[in-house]
Design a protein around this ligand. Structure first.
Ligand code: PLP
Length: 386
């Protein structure tokens, strides 16, 4: 199935909707039936039939088909946030007394889920340097049930050798989940590399317009059924039909957005890597990156996120640089049309995150859809203020 077909046609069944070229928004909680028999038939599988919107909604169903196809999965589930999708995936794999092995610096709320929440229910987690494949093997205990991967992770972009790590997991009967938000399903398909469940924050590339929060997971039909019947329906962290409709709209341009980002980001990274006020760039697709070759092998094209370590003596210089940028917004998140910076110095002395081990001269960049010349000129003038 080609990408254009998935993004523009799959699951839309236009003849059923008067030929509407855009799927209608089913903004309803409830569905009614002409007879007891009809209702009974729908209830046989709430995953497949519109019955009540927490389970199935026709607008959300379009998305399920597209996300599954993009990841080469049998089925997918759509959630209210990436964190909800990750939590449901993780909880479906473990129970009290189990042990999880996770990459050292996963997404912050994944770290909290494993390290602070599930530990209350008797699930223990070890956080390891996932770059070395043997570390995964070494961390296995008799009760290890899950490997939690994120390749690459945010801020420092460490990769895992996905086929090698999933081979170890399979040999020991261990489940694997991978957070694939950074690469998007266009640039990396973890299921084809042996991963059991792939998750995304759809608030990022999949929706792509910074106008909604959502998450997805994609997996085999049997895993999706199992998650649907327990975590999905019980915790109920579902996307609204309206946000699903927005995500379908965002997906139309996923391929051209990713193409644009793959063209501009390496140019901007090169500029920064050669700038005297930059100590280091951390970008999986820059030759200076220690796992550059693995990134080339596992990801089809470069993504739009990287980190820079600035040459600065004090935190005020970093702040002056960040404040001087005109075209990069100072914000968290990423994956929209707009370029962003997320400076680590903001975490210093901010209550919720102050335990960060990351250095204050580190700034994460996200490259949006602006012309590269505009962004380069902005960086040039702001670096003079550093
Ligand atoms: C943003 C993000 C998440 C969480 O997604 P939300 O949609 O914000 O809940 C998870 N993983 C990664 C890598 C992210 O960037």
């Amino acid at each position: 199935m080609d990408i254009s077909f998935i993004l523009n046609e799959l699951g839309e069944e236009r003849p059923r909707h008067y030929g509407a070229v855009t799927p209608p928004l089913y903004q309803n909680s409830n569905f009614c039936f002409a007879s007891i028999q009809d209702m009974r038939e729908a209830l046989v599988s709430e995953l497949d039939n519109p019955f009540y919107t927490r389970g199935n909604n026709p607008t959300v169903e379009v998305l399920r088909k597209k996300i599954a196809a993009l990841e080469g999965a049998e089925d997918a589930l759509i959630f209210a946030s990436g964190s909800a999708a990750i939590a449901a995936a993780v909880m479906s794999c473990v129970q009290g007394g189990d042990h999880v092995v996770c990459v050292a610096k996963p997404y912050s709320w994944t770290a909290k889920l494993l390290g602070k929440m599930l530990s209350r229910y008797g699930v223990e987690s070890s956080f390891i340097d996932g770059r070395e494949t043997e570390n995964w093997e070494r961390a296995i205990r008799p009760n290890t049930r899950l490997f939690m991967l994120e390749s690459p992770n945010s801020m420092t972009f460490e990769l895992q050798d996905i086929p090698a790590v999933t081979a170890i997991a399979k040999a020991h009967g261990i489940h694997t989940i991978l957070d694939n938000s950074y690469a998007s399903p266009l640039n990396q398909n973890p299921l084809a590399m042996g991963v059991d469940i792939v998750c995304h924050s759809a608030s990022k590339y999949l929706s792509g317009h910074s106008d909604m929060v959502a998450g997805v997971l994609a997996s085999s039909r049997s895993r999706v059924e199992k998650i649907f019947d327990s975590e999905f329906m019980t915790l109920g962290g579902i996307i609204s039909p309206h946000d699903a409709w927005l995500m379908i709209r965002g997906l139309r341009t996923l391929a051209i957005r990713m193409e644009r980002v793959a063209q501009t980001t390496p140019v901007i990274v090169d500029f920064l890597a050669n700038h005297p006020k930059v100590e280091q760039v951390i970008y999986p697709h820059h030759p200076s990156f220690p796992q550059y070759e693995l990134a080339q092998k596992q990801q089809k094209a470069p993504s739009g996120q990287f980190t820079v370590l600035l040459k600065a003596e004090k935190i005020e210089q970093v702040e002056a640089f960040c404040d001087a940028l005109q075209r990069f917004l100072i914000a968290c998140s990423w994956g929209g049309y707009e370029s962003l910076i997320y400076p680590v110095c903001v975490l210093y002395s901010s209550g919720n995150y102050s335990e960060t081990p990351l250095p204050w001269n580190m700034v994460r960049f996200y490259i949006g859809l602006e012309e590269k010349e505009v962004l380069l000129a902005d960086l040039e003038q702001a670096l003079e203020k550093l």
